[in-house]
Design a protein around this ligand. Structure first.
Ligand SMILES: [Zn+2]
Length: 443
């Protein structure tokens, strides 16, 4: 069409030259064949439906096992609960007597609502314009498993030989508390056999150009306060009614909440460094066919709170506060406290990993990230909870780290994605980290 409609004149020559120039100016394929293959392997893993309540653990495990074998790692499949495989992949070091390095990632994901996504959540669709790979688990945390294995593959191909053994654990059920996953692993004979000296587990994406690193999790508690009191006509004013006592409780909690939140608002502490407490449900009233009985004060009322304690908080002080201020027995109040997970390690120390010279792994980790061209933000406490707490409970230094800079935080959100170049950069970062940490001389 072009040739027939254009005059054979300098104008045509000009257009041809322009086309040639545009071809030369168009960036060549940004990634090598090897990198494209790495992205394809990420997509393949992301396409396995690993969302609760019915994660396809067997497909995820067989995919990762075949990847691990292609890297030349030793593989071991454990099953602490039926249908919930847990993979241990190992590259023995030249001195296996030295404490080893463990890289952890979970196999499962939270559910996704496909109608709220721009691409189906398990399509792992890659947007050609932005390089974003959309999938549930892209950030949390299936990309890590592939990055670990690809970094190990690159190191192996380069002829690298670790001094310390390097292990990868791929565990089920993190998103539902880890009881049949990392908790069982940490307590197992097999785990003791790994002689783990340092763990890297998932962190979170960072919207800035600095990588985030987490040295502790907050411990989630559930508090249910129940108040009882004499029932009475809605018109009467009397002391000690159940709802009145519960409202006093709510006020006391609100004052404490404000004192913590003020520290955050004043910039004195990060949100994850204070004790957070939020009311999550209220139960009171006497149901009637049309709603609630309006002229009766009920004899029972209940309030539920989500409490999160940083490892620096003293759990005994909080319990004292609940006993004396929030739910005092003398006010006819009772409470139930469900502690989800430990707040101290086996030796009674706060569950925190030092990010200073007292932890011999820290400066090596920090330097390795720098060597890979990355920047580390100030170490933080994670607001929520991960499997890292089970490792810290064993007294093993554990950092939460996901090498995703310049990336919005989309874990558990709609349209979760990881950009292809961010994913590839992460592999390079892990290459540096693994080679440095596994070469750390004996201590
Ligand atoms: Zn996660």
């Amino acid at each position: 069409m072009l040739s027939s409609s254009l005059p054979r004149t300098p104008a045509r020559a000009f257009l041809l030259l322009l086309a040639l120039l545009l071809t030369l100016l168009r960036p060549s394929a940004p990634f090598s064949d090897r990198e494209e293959a790495q992205i394809r392997r990420l997509q393949e893993y992301l396409r396995i439906p690993t969302a609760h309540p019915d994660p396809d653990y067997s497909a995820a495990a067989s995919f990762l096992l075949s990847l691990a074998r292609s890297v030349g790692l030793r593989t071991l499949t454990l099953e602490f609960a039926p249908g919930k495989p847990l993979l241990l992949l190992s590259w023995p070091g030249s001195d296996p007597s030295l404490p080893s390095l463990l890289l952890n990632s979970h196999l499962d994901s939270v559910p996704a609502e496909p109608s709220k996504w721009s691409h189906p959540p398990f399509s792992a669709a890659r947007d050609p314009a932005t390089g974003r790979v959309f999938a549930r688990g892209a950030q949390d945390d299936k990309s890590l498993a592939v990055q670990y294995l690809e970094a190990l593959r690159a190191l192996r191909d380069s002829g690298f030989a670790p001094l310390r053994s390097v292990h990868v654990s791929l565990v089920p059920d993190e998103e539902i508390g880890g009881a049949d996953g990392a908790a069982r692993l940490a307590a197992s004979e097999e785990f003791r056999g790994l002689n783990v000296g340092f763990v890297l587990d998932e962190g979170q994406a960072s919207p800035t150009d600095e990588f985030r690193v987490f040295y502790a999790d907050r411990s989630p508690w559930r508090l249910i306060v129940k108040a009882a009191g004499p029932p009475g006509h809605g018109s009467r004013m009397f002391d000690g009614g159940a709802v009145e006592n519960l409202m006093n409780c709510a006020e006391a909690v609100a004052r404490f909440r404000e004192s913590q939140f003020d520290l955050v608002k004043a910039g004195l502490m990060a949100a994850s460094e204070v004790i957070s407490v939020n009311p999550v449900y209220m139960k009171a009233g006497i149901p009637s066919p049309t709603g609630f009985v309006m002229n009766m004060q009920p004899s029972e009322a209940e309030l539920g709170f989500d409490l999160r304690l940083p490892p620096t908080a003293d759990p005994e002080l909080i319990k004292k506060r609940i006993d004396e201020e929030w739910a005092p027995t003398i006010k006819n109040m009772t409470y139930q406290l469900i502690q989800k997970g430990p707040i101290r390690d086996y030796a009674g120390r706060p569950l925190m990993t030092p990010t200073n010279e007292t932890n011999p792994w820290w400066p090596v980790f920090e330097q390795a990230v720098k060597s890979a061209g990355g920047k580390l933000a100030k170490p933080e406490i994670l607001s929520s909870t991960t499997d890292a707490r089970f490792m810290r409970q064993m007294g093993i230094p554990t950092l939460g780290f996901s090498p995703m800079s310049n990336t919005p935080i989309l874990l558990h959100d709609h349209n979760e994605f990881i950009e292809d170049k961010v994913f590839l950069k992460g592999i390079k970062v892990y290459e540096q980290i693994i080679s440095a940490l596994s070469s750390l001389p004996g201590y």
